[in-house]
Design a protein around this ligand. Structure first.
Ligand SMILES: [Zn+2]
Length: 255
């Protein structure tokens, strides 16, 4: 998980700004009339243009696990704050309504792979200090500190690092630990896929270090190759960049 940059060219998609805003105003009026469950229009928040924009912003990667989303149909538009109901903990009851007024909010929408989206999190959305929970649009979500790390608004690398291919919370921090657990960032298949990709890189390191009396020109070529791996695997667009960044931090390349 790394921080996602939303560049200026990717403004709020028109359908959210226009149709989405109208629908939110309607829900606000319904809330005032006592309604607690709302119709939320998937064709608006998961509109093809919204999804395509998210795909581009996120460099064809899941916002959480950083796996490449191969085809536009593979990912799901995910609400960071759940739109219909929330739970503070696994044992908690479902509280309705959820963050209905953020159903079409650009900052609340992310693209997740189907695995992360169909994850253990569901409606679980714990916050650090429950007394400031925004239970309606009349309250301010800015007062809340969500337990889960938001990959656009925060830098996940301050909370989560990797022990080889396995994500770990830095110094055991709570938010990192909970994010890993409930988003399933250490699920076996994901660890396996990351592990295979890291092994290829480790092999290069091993070859570089272990062959005795390597002629300088070969060493120079090996270094050049490692530098290329660093350049291509740690950039924002690279799959599992968070893991590769943590690896190169631990094993910096130097001649
Ligand atoms: Zn994912």
């Amino acid at each position: 998980m790394i921080q996602i940059t939303r560049k200026e060219q990717f403004a709020t998609p028109t359908i959210l700004a226009e149709k989405g805003s109208v629908l939110v105003e309607k829900m606000k009026a319904e809330y005032a009339a006592g309604v607690m469950q709302f119709e939320i229009d998937r064709t608006v928040y998961a509109d093809a243009n919204v999804k395509a924009t998210l795909v581009k912003i996120q460099n064809y990667k899941c916002c959480y696990c950083e796996a490449k989303i191969g085809h536009i149909d593979d990912g799901d538009v995910e609400h960071f704050r759940p739109k219909k109901a929330y739970k503070q903990s696994e044992d908690d009851e479902l509280h309705r309504p959820g963050y209905y007024w953020l159903s079409y909010d650009w900052d609340n929408l992310l693209l997740a792979c189907t695995k992360c989206n169909g994850r253990n999190k569901e409606n679980l959305f714990p916050i650090m200090e429950t007394s400031v929970r925004a239970s309606s649009h009349l309250m301010n979500v800015g007062d809340e500190l969500p337990v889960f790390i938001h990959p656009v608004l925060e830098n996940p690398e301050l909370f989560i690092t990797f022990d080889n291919n396995v994500p770990k919370p830095i110094d055991g921090n709570y938010r990192g630990r909970m994010t890993i657990k409930y988003l399933g960032l250490d699920r076996p298949l994901l660890n396996e896929d990351r592990g295979e990709k890291l092994d290829d890189l480790k092999l290069l390191f091993t070859m570089f270090a272990l062959i005795p009396n390597t002629p300088p020109e070969l060493k120079a070529r090996a270094f050049k190759n490692l530098k290329k791996q660093f350049d291509t695997k740690t950039i924002e667009t690279a799959e599992y960049a968070g893991m590769f960044r943590a690896f190169f931090k631990k094993y910096p390349i130097s001649v």
